[in-house]
Ligand binder design. Structure first.
Ligand SMILES: [Mg+2]
Length: 338
């Protein structure tokens, strides 16, 4: 693939994630009725969260914990040029200790980070949770290892184990990384539905239920978003959040706002679901598919683009672990935004 197109897809994956997260930030935890009550109508752009919302201290266009942890993962991969779970655990612990107040963090991640801060090793810090808090930080793993499926699976499982040990969280983590890896390589002959089915096959030995849910969503794309998302579920359980994001992507694989806004307006775990849906569209269709205004206005746009460019330069090749070009970065880490 043309390197420019590939870089556009890497940036699309990372920026699409942060933009989906920021669009969902004010609707997280809400019902559809509450969204109408607080915002008057469906959300169609960046908004500040309503007074009393857990994210009401954030300016519009701000992302939540999902993007902070995704960026921590990306920056760790760029710095160490491999998935080193001990370093990744340090990066997550640093996020936990240094970003106050936390932005609506997921409980399993907080519990695991407390275990790390008490001195447990990364192999013993994870908790038995089927939440989506590990899977959402996997897009950079998919990008970094996009040409090395075996290393990708190992890296996703190691990273997941730091916080989540439930097979549903593990399978979902592999599914997200694998799907991103397939989507950034897609060409005009590729079918997004087939790539989701491939991801399902990849994870069926880890958890049959996650594989079954992923296969099922490829069958219900004819349903309208409100009905489909109701049937799939929109909680932060990985078994709902990841299939919900995959459905939104499959419904409109090249149209960012049409894919992401239904997740935003479903409330519940809207930040995570919209983030992943946005990441999948960005991986498949590139940065150009994302409305320019959102790319300009999302928090830390430069950091998002910079880390995506570095990942593109470093992404695993079949024969060498050497980077394609030298990467220099003396930026502040993107998750340290406060
Ligand atoms: Mg969040």
């Amino acid at each position: 693939m043309d390197p420019k197109e590939l870089t556009s897809r890497f940036i699309g994956t990372i920026a699409g994630f942060a933009i989906g997260d920021a669009l969902g930030m004010p609707t997280q935890f809400l019902t559809r009725d509450q969204i109408r009550r607080y915002y008057g109508k469906a959300i169609t752009g960046f908004r500040k969260a309503h007074p009393g919302h857990a994210s009401d201290f954030l300016p519009e266009g701000s992302y939540t914990d999902d993007t902070q942890m995704m960026l921590a993962t990306a920056e760790c991969l760029v710095e160490f040029r491999r998935m080193d779970p001990a370093r990744q655990a340090e990066a997550l612990l640093s996020w936990y200790l240094n970003t106050m107040p936390h932005r609506t963090p997921m409980r399993a991640n907080i519990r695991a980070c407390r275990h790390l801060s008490a001195g447990r090793s990364w192999t013993k810090s994870g908790v038995f949770s089927g939440g989506c808090g590990a899977a959402v930080r996997m897009p950079p793993v998919g990008l970094f290892f996009y040409r090395c499926p075996e290393a990708l699976v190992r890296a996703a499982l190691d990273d997941c184990m730091i916080t989540h040990t439930d097979p549903r969280a593990r399978a979902s983590s592999v599914a997200v990384a694998y799907l991103v890896a397939r989507l950034v390589q897609a060409n005009e002959r590729s079918s997004p539905g087939e790539q989701v089915l491939e991801a399902a096959d990849k994870v069926s030995s880890v958890d049959q239920d996650v594989a079954a849910m992923l296969r099922w969503v490829t069958q219900i794309c004819h349903l309208a978003p409100e009905e489909a998302l109701f049937e799939i579920g929109t909680s932060s359980d990985a078994i709902e959040a990841i299939p919900a994001a995959v459905y939104c992507f499959l419904k409109h694989p090249r149209q960012f706002s049409q894919a992401v806004l239904p997740a935003v307006n479903a409330g519940d775990a809207s930040d995570s679901i919209a983030a992943l849906a946005g990441s999948f569209v960005g991986a498949y269709a590139g940065l150009g598919a994302i409305p320019q205004q959102w790319v300009q206005e999302v928090e830390n746009r430069d950091v998002l683009e910079g880390v995506a460019e570095n990942l593109a330069a470093l992404a695993c090749t079949k024969n060498a672990s050497e980077p394609v070009v030298n990467v220099t970065s003396n930026r502040q880490p993107g998750w340290k935004t406060q």
